[in-house]
Design a protein around this ligand. Sequence first.
Ligand code: DX5
Ligand code: ZN
Length: 235
Amino acid sequence: MTPDIIIAPSILAADFANLAAEAKAVEGAADWLHVDVMDNHFVPNLTIGPPVVESLRRATGIPFDCHLMIEDPKRWAPAYAQLGAYNVTFHAEACDDPVALAKDLRAAGTLAGLAVDRDTPIEPYLELLPHFDTILVMTIKAGFGGQAFMPEMLDKVRAARRHVDAGHLDIRIEVDGGIAADTIEAAALAGADAFVAGTAVYGAHDPAEACRKLRALAQAAVARQTTSDSGGTTV
Ligand code: DX5
Ligand code: ZN
């Protein structure tokens, strides 16, 4: 069964010396494990690459959501598919031909995701969405965890949701950056259905419980919206 809400903890906020344990800590509570790959060129930060992904894949059964904040994704992205990533997202700003790369990724056996960073409008990419399985709207400037959520980014989420619903597209709308108990409801109401959370999960005493709490908040927000849309009483 396809879950209505995807919760994807970001291991960027985890203890890098204990990644296997950190992945296990959210098993059963998270849908995807969000893996932030940064190359010190597309973004100033430097994180992890294929060898770590390969090893961590053997340590957990949670599907990997690889978010590539790298230059030249055409060259590097298919490797993450071959390593068994469930979804591979690359940035629109780093790729001349996103549709061609999406086709390569799907051919390599993974879902294909397109990310738009804080300063990138989403409109030029809406027509490409039939070629993708996920669209990731950054709700911060890509590069570092622990930044404040930017509510103005939700206009992009709303534009994506309108387009996806009008075209009956089978695609997840994912938000990444500053997602926590006090922001996830607004993102869900704007139309997101996949939520990356680093600090809010791995900064919590109990990461699995933090995932469950985030899911409950997103589900409740959507349920309230559905009730009010159908003319019922909102509580
Ligand atoms: C930042 C990364 C995010 C980051 C989010 O560029 O893409 O996935 O881990 O971290 P929080 O949830 O702490 O904002
Ligand atoms: Zn990310």
